[in-house]
Design a protein around this ligand. Structure first.
Ligand code: DQA
Length: 142
């Protein structure tokens, strides 16, 4: 079982950006948490982050050629704008769970659309870093 965890723009700033919303733990803390969880469950995992939409599309396409079994994606602000990420996920047809650290549905109106959710089999929000672990477990159970 091989899982790719993808994080989009500004998620490298976790711990610094809006701690009231996203908490005080860093992106490195998130990666350690995910790696420990996957090691315990015998899951191969790779964590990638980019601030650029095109690079995220490239990472999704690479996942197809690397025979990744599942994708966990927090597209950051591209959630609400990117048809390109949706199309990339549809192109590779890899089971995908969408994760948001914050409770997006209780935030601004411009955050109420998610293009990725047109493809993702599940969306987890408002559970902080634990949402990523839940997403991994959902994909591992498939
Ligand atoms: C986010 C929510 C998005 O609206 C925002 O643009 C982010 C992070 C979240 O994890 O809660 O960058 O995806």
């Amino acid at each position: 079982m091989k899982i790719l965890v993808l994080n989009g723009p500004n998620l490298n700033m976790l711990g610094i950006r809006e701690p009231d919303i996203y908490g005080r733990k860093t992106y490195d803390d998130l990666v350690s948490l995910i790696k420990d969880h996957c090691a315990g469950a015998g899951i191969e995992v790779e964590c990638k982050q980019s601030n650029s939409e095109g690079t995220l599309v490239d990472f999704i396409q690479q996942a197809y050629f690397e025979k990744v079994d599942g994708i966990v994606i927090n597209p950051g602000a591209y959630t609400h704008t990117s048809v390109a990420l949706l199309d990339a996920l549809k192109a590779v047809a890899i089971p995908t769970v969408e994760v948001h650290i914050s409770q997006v549905d209780e935030r601004e109106s411009f955050r109420q659309i998610s293009y990725v959710s047109y493809y993702a089999c599940k969306t987890i929000m408002g559970k902080g870093f634990d949402g990523y672990l839940e997403a991994i477990d959902i994909l591992a159970a498939k």
